[in-house]
Design a protein around this ligand. Structure first.
Ligand SMILES: C[S@@+](CC[C@H](N)C(=O)[O-])C[C@H]1O[C@@H](n2cnc3c(N)ncnc32)[C@H](O)[C@@H]1O
Length: 362
């Protein structure tokens, strides 16, 4: 079973948390000043720490608040890694560098999470199928993230797990899953609430009792306007490489429309280049357009059949679409390419070596 995960996985859902659900919960908990969040199936901790960083963004002054963030998984070696809070490029994907630099510092071992954020999260081993809850810490949650975990289970286990998670929510709490994971399942005590960025679930009682609340939307973190140096310095018309470099800078800074525009211009000059298609696929994922992302990754691999990141991204998308056999085949293909490379060969997209990637993936 793959523990594939990364920080701020799914930008739409992260925006929904930062701009709407967390501010709403904080408003509702203003009197008790307690907040209980749970990343269930947290793998190596990126999702639980993303919750801690988001909380830090919407509630910079934790003073006087009792914020409990729990990360659980069945895989104890993943939890050991989570507790260390040291990550590699692999875990960041399209995280804006400003955010990475705000919460991490780089040293010889990788990117080390800010101690203050690390201490906000408690990790524990929990088997979501076997464990009986609500009980102990696994109760009265304001928010549960259980994403990309249900995909491994049959329909009966999914329903049983989702019902238990629902029972572990506070009456007005939220359960967020992967986009389609509960669709078509009969979940007794949960009701879906639709937002443009995705679906979240609440207990039936909460939906019946719903009263309007005064939601204070936190302003988004300041994103500097991108000024790609490659453009400024260029006197002659930019080359396809210049345009791609500019596209990456735009994407890194969150200017996704301009990134897409530069990518398309790069393709205009160099239609058989694989890298612009790869970046376009990542941008499509950020928009939540997973069908286009899949098509763009297929094109990437057609043009560059040795593109390790292309195989891995497509594998994640197939996993997401419940196509587990294809996901595994693609992952095996990536592993085969990595194994055939010299151990110290650098895999550019992940700024790491082939040997290290083989080690993480096996
Ligand atoms: C693909 S990862 C998802 C990580 C993270 N939630 C995300 O979406 O980025 C799936 C995780 O579910 C965990 N898992 C699978 N079965 C589980 C179970 N019965 N109880 C708890 N965790 C489980 C795996 O160990 C793995 O770390």
């Amino acid at each position: 079973m793959s523990g594939e995960t990364y920080f701020f996985r799914d930008h739409g859902q992260m925006d929904l948390l930062r701009l709407r659900l967390l501010p709403e919960l904080l408003e509702r908990r203003r009197d008790t000043k307690t907040l209980r969040l749970w990343s269930a199936g947290c793998a190596s901790g990126e999702e639980a720490y993303s919750l801690a960083m988001l909380t830090d963004m919407v509630l910079p002054e934790h003073e006087g608040w009792n914020v409990f963030i729990l990360g659980t998984d069945i895989d104890t070696s993943a939890l050991a890694k989570a507790r260390q809070g040291v990550y590699h490029k692999w875990s960041f994907r399209l995280v804006p560098p400003s955010l990475q630099q705000r919460y991490f510092r780089s040293n010889a071992h990788g990117w080390v999470l800010d101690e203050r954020i690390r201490r906000m999260v408690t990790f524990d081993a929990v088997n979501l199928v076997g464990e009986k809850f609500p009980a102990g810490d696994l109760r009265d949650m304001d928010l549960i993230l259980c994403r990309n975990v249900f995909i491994y289970f049959d329909a009966d286990s999914v329903a049983a797990m989702a019902n238990k998670l629902g029972a572990a929510l506070r009456e007005d709490g939220y359960l967020m899953t992967g986009h389609t994971e509960l669709i078509g399942h009969h979940i007794r005590n949960l009701h879906a609430r639709l937002f443009p960025e995705g679906v979240v679930y609440q207990r039936e009682e909460a939906v019946r009792a719903a009263a309007p609340v005064d939601i204070r939307i936190a302003p988004p973190p300041a994103v500097a306007q991108p000024v790609p140096q490659t453009h400024q310095a260029a006197v002659a018309a930019p080359s396809a490489d210049d345009l791609l470099a500019a596209a990456r800078e735009f994407a890194d800074r969150g200017a996704y429309d301009r990134a897409e525009q530069s990518c398309r211009q790069a393709l205009g000059l160099s239609p058989l280049a694989a890298d612009p298609y790869f970046l376009l696929a990542q941008l499509a994922q950020i928009r939540g357009d997973f069908d286009s992302a899949r098509e763009l990754l297929e094109k990437t691999l057609y043009l560059d059949p040795h593109n390790v990141a292309g195989y891995l991204e497509l594998s994640s998308l197939c996993e997401r679409a419940d196509n587990l056999p294809r996901a595994q085949t693609l992952r095996r293909a990536a592993l085969g390419i990595l194994r055939a490379l010299p151990g110290d060969a650098v895999v550019e997209q992940y700024e790491t070596t082939a040997a290290e990637m083989v080690q993480w993936m096996t």
